[in-house]
Design a protein around this ligand. Structure first.
Ligand code: 6R9
Length: 676
């Protein structure tokens, strides 16, 4: 085996080229784990030592401890084809067998795999033994539809047990799945089906969202309909789950009901043993421009790191924990932390179909109470929404079962972190802020809840076995107290193996900025202790009068003011300063109408500008602050700053089709036409 990457040299004293970022986060709070938590934790400090002493040996041990191999591997890493890694390449396994069957074989067939809760309140409990039978039936049904190892299957479903079953059935027969988020349009679905060359699409008549039945099948019909200029579809069959009992159009010969062919299929199925580098799934993720990238993940390394991170970052005890990740399976978080990580570890989970505010804004906390959820994993945008709805809502439920809280998806501002800890975690539950990407496959940077003294707003340290660094423009590690770009300096088991059908783009996107280093596209800062603070995508890092400022940092400052509920900051082109800071803020309920008069708006502006000056420094003062009713977000909750930048630079607003709510930009524009 070969490893060609040098370890990045230790921090050097600040040279003239090191970015100046002395202004960030004078956040000094730290919360060490309690002695009780540390004493029972899966991970101790020795995990770091073990990985440090022998990194590849450490990963080989994780792969052997956490995964069942049909044929054991003898080689841990082959990096000779860099940047395409091969991990555990001569081993054979099956991901679905690892996620389901082996738990039944070990005598845990009666353990609940899923407590499913539909949005209308219907429930279903699925044990591991039932999951094994259901996955086997679905695998037999897909085989009957002509799917064989290597064929691609697109999964376009709401959050149902069948969604997990469909993914595992694909894995069981060696057919890579490509899950497309149910909120995506027919056009988005069409291009993903075409790019993946899918043979079968699994969908449903519809799902329940925000109190009503929302249709899915029509989007599939539209995506598969002949279209001028588009290639003929490769799809032979559409497998349809009945959920809402809405009327659906039916194409005879192509469309098949799930209950017709899955329910009647045999519940015995021999998994297809695949090589460790056999493709497990393709997941499309949007780049900053152009066509979405099909991120390719393979089996052995991905499963190893998904299981490893889930076990240690969340301190999972499969016999006693009830784990709930609120992500949708359409995103990588749902893949790694609902399907592959937790099931491989034999966890019991809550699976919820709907939105957090249906039928009331306490729905999530009601479910935590109902199922005595112990580990809860969600996104900062959801936490901030809950903050906005008020403290009294979570306070009216018993959340005392919770013992670990997680955050993922974007930097979490210290105020939201503190709120999460106080109001959801009862002031004592450890929070793990987990940094990773679709491309990394699994968590890379995160505290370990029994080891790390956590800091509000920081993902802090690379996990044992992972090597991350913050570098300057010349690829030199920045000294503590400075900012730069986040890179990963060694290959890791769950790394992407490329972009589907476009190896060159893989090389160019991630490996061309710095020789031999994976460029994550995120800005980051090392604090005086060397802990890593993520600052948002690099295209969100502003340069104002030569000072490097982070959108996140200023957003955090704004949200720490009591009148602000949520804030988004962009850098707008500015003649004198290069870029100028423009902030969009949503005021908290009680303060919402303060900006409705000109005088009021001016007073709010002054108050917030002074507040930012006090929190960070005068350089960070927003040049303009616009009070808006809502912010434009993607369906996964990320703020689309590009659209806000269009407004800030007085341009026609660009393509807004990937917004969760396409009317938001109109609402913002309507508000701004009033005299500012
Ligand atoms: C898992 C996921 C990846 C991008 C990533 C970064 C941001 C995710 C974060 C975080 C700060 C965290 N991000 N987790 N930023 N702190 N804990 O979200 O994957 O959808 O591919 O997004 O999300 O900017 O580069 P993905």
């Amino acid at each position: 085996m070969t490893e060609t990457q040098p370890t990045t040299p230790a921090a050097q004293p600040g040279g003239s080229s090191s970015p100046s970022l002395e202004n960030l986060l004078h956040e000094t709070r730290a919360f060490p784990p309690s002695a009780e938590f540390a004493a029972q934790a899966n991970a101790g400090a020795d995990l770091y030592a073990a990985a440090q002493a022998d990194r590849l040996g450490f990963w080989a041990q994780q792969a052997n401890d956490l995964i069942t191999w049909q044929t054991p591997f003898t080689e841990t890493l082959d990096w000779s084809g860099a940047p395409v890694a091969r991990w555990f390449a001569d081993g054979k396994l099956n991901a679905a067998y690892n996620a389901v069957d082996r738990h039944v074989e070990a005598g845990h067939g009666d353990r609940v795999a899923f407590h499913f809760e539909g949005e209308p309140g219907d429930t279903r409990t699925v044990t591991y033994a039932e999951l094994q039978r259901e996955v086997s039936r679905a695998a037999n049904a897909l085989t009957a539809l002509g799917v064989t190892s290597g064929d691609r299957v697109v999964v376009y479903l709401p959050m149902l047990v069948e969604s997990v079953v469909a993914m595992l059935a694909c894995a069981r027969i060696g057919a890579p799945h490509s899950v497309v988020f149910g909120g995506f349009s027919a056009d988005a679905l069409r291009s993903r089906i075409a790019d993946a060359g899918a043979k079968v699409v699994v969908t449903a008549d519809g799902g329940y969202r925000k109190g009503g039945a929302s249709a899915l099948k029509p989007a599939v019909d539209e995506a598969l309909a002949p279209k001028e200029g588009a290639p003929a579809t490769t799809v032979e069959h559409v497998l349809v789950v009945r959920r809402t009992e809405q009327e659906v159009a039916w194409t005879e010969g192509r469309d098949v009901w799930w209950h017709d062919i899955v329910d009647s299929a045999s519940d015995q199925h021999e998994p297809v043993w695949v090589e460790a580098e056999h493709p497990l799934f393709i997941l499309y993720t949007s780049g900053t421009t152009g066509k979405p990238k099909g991120i390719l993940h393979t089996t052995g390394g991905y499963l190893t790191q998904a299981a490893y991170t889930h076990r240690y970052v969340f301190d999972l005890k499969p016999e006693s924990d009830v784990y709930w990740c609120t992500a949708d399976i359409g995103w990588v978080t749902g893949h790694s932390y609902i399907v592959y990580g937790p099931l491989t570890n034999g966890a019991t989970q809550v699976l919820y179909e709907g939105t957090p505010d249906t039928p009331h804004k306490g729905r999530w906390w009601e479910l935590v109470q109902k199922y005595s959820v112990t580990i809860f994993y969600t996104a900062p945008t959801a936490i901030r929404a809950c903050m906005k709805w008020g403290d009294d809502i979570p306070a009216s439920f018993d959340l005392s079962s919770l013992r670990v809280l997680g955050s993922v998806g974007e930097p979490i501002n210290p105020e939201a972190w503190m709120w999460y800890r106080e109001h959801i975690g009862g002031g004592s539950v450890p929070i793990v802020d987990t940094w990773w990407q679709t491309e990394t496959g699994a968590i890379m940077i995160s505290p370990l809840p029994g080891v790390t003294a956590t800091k509000p707003g920081s993902a802090q340290v690379a996990l044992p076995g992972i090597s991350a660094e913050v570098v300057d423009d010349e690829a030199r590690a920045v000294p503590n107290g400075s900012g730069g770009y986040l890179v990963l300096t060694e290959p890791w088991p769950s790394m992407l193996r490329g972009i589907w059908g476009d190896l060159e783009r893989y090389q160019e996107t991630y490996w061309s900025r710095y020789e031999g280093l994976y460029f994550a596209g995120d800005g980051a800062k090392k604090d005086e202790d060397g802990d890593i603070w993520l600052l948002g995508r690099v295209d969100d890092v502003m340069n104002v009068s030569g000072h490097r400022l982070s959108t996140t940092e200023i957003e955090s400052a704004l949200v720490s003011n009591e009148i602000v509920a949520e804030a988004a900051v962009v850098g707008a082109a500015d003649e004198t300063t290069g870029q100028a800071v423009v902030a969009f803020v949503i005021l908290r309920g009680e303060h919402a109408d303060r900006a409705s008069s000109d005088d009021g708006a001016a007073a709010v502006q002054t108050e917030l500008r002074n507040h930012v000056a006090k929190e960070i420094g005068p350089i960070a003062k927003p040049k303009r602050i616009l009070v808006v009713p809502e912010l434009p977000k993607t369906r996964s909750g990320k703020i689309m700053r590009r659209l806000l930048r269009d407004i800030a630079e007085d341009r026609q607003v660009g393509d807004a089709t990937t917004l969760a709510d396409s009317t938001v930009m109109d609402k913002i524009a309507a508000g701004l036409k009033a005299p500012a």
